[in-house]
Ligand binder design. Sequence first.
Ligand SMILES: *Cc1c(COP(=O)(O)O)cnc(C)c1O
Length: 386
Amino acid sequence: MINYGRQFIDDEDIQAVVDTLKSDFLTQGSKVPEFESAVCDRVNAKFAVAANSATSALHLACLAVDLKEGDIVWTAPNTFVASSNCALYCGAKIDFVDIDKDTWNMCPDKLRIKLEESKQKNLLPKVVIPVHFSGQPTIQEEIYKLSKEYNFIIIEDASHSIGSSRNNEPSGSCKWSDIAIFSFHPVKMITTGEGGIALTNNEEYAKKMDLFRSHGISRDSNILEKNDLPKYYYEQHSLGFNYRMTDIHAALGISQLRKLDKFIDTRNKIASRYDSELKELPLHLPYIAEGNKSSYHLYVIKVKDTFSKQKSRDKIYSELIEMGIGVNLHYLPVHLHPYYRKLGFCDNQYPVSENYADNALSIPIFYSLTDDQQTKVIDSIKQALK
Ligand SMILES: *Cc1c(COP(=O)(O)O)cnc(C)c1O
């Protein structure tokens, strides 16, 4: 089975992990800060706070902006549940903005209309969480403009988009946002096993995320209430968590980050081959908006409505799995999960996301996907769409 995504680990990665295992510190040593500054340098952000997952980092971001009960958060339905769950962890209310039918990202026009309507009802969001779906950046400068007009905070769920850029601005630079989150799960562009990171140019947010990731405990003499005591002394100032990344994971991350450019180049080459070899089929292929460079975390094909009447996506899915092609769906819209339905969401609320999810398939794309495997993927799709 050729899975839709997989990690690439070489001898340097293995050696980096082994070296850390043999060192004095497995956690809270020098590797996490080294990884944080390497990611900052790569994406041109001022501060980074690494965590044990992107889910934890999203929660840290919500805590840093002081998200509370009664606050409202908006994200897109076409995402992994973590983009939305982070709001619920803080007791906030979640709502969604439908996607654009071409980019499959949160639609800035629909966002503007929903903001206008919500202003009348006094239901404006405190935080909006755009997701750079599949690695394609959202039209972030427009969302940023709206954030100034309607006074909301932007936390980018950039889990798919390390290595992407918009108008040459790297994803994660936070030029058009307050905080951005990357994921280092093995199917993402680079991996730490499990792991995530929050980037920001706001020092106060960075300090808060750093405190919340480690129990709310501080040893910083500038903020301790008593600072005349020996070094063993520390204080807990807020109710934090243990969301720390280990040095073992960070060592892997440092080594992986050195390969990011070649990973992204290869993913883009595979995407252009798919673009040209699948273009005659009854499929919508990824549409990349002007100014965007995608990391191609995912390559999604969407069966055209006319064809899906003849053969459903689920039938095509089963046939491809049968042929050894590990296709998948990203994503079942968040609002349609049983947990979210219990919060009051229902069918037909976000029709573009729902139509997308009825017809989409993620096909294999990753660094070590060979030419022959790509050919097999292409031939199998042609076969299934006959
Ligand atoms: C992978 C992913 C996450 C969660 O990342 P973890 O590191 O697995 O916690 C969040 N949001 C999106 C959009 C993702 O794809």
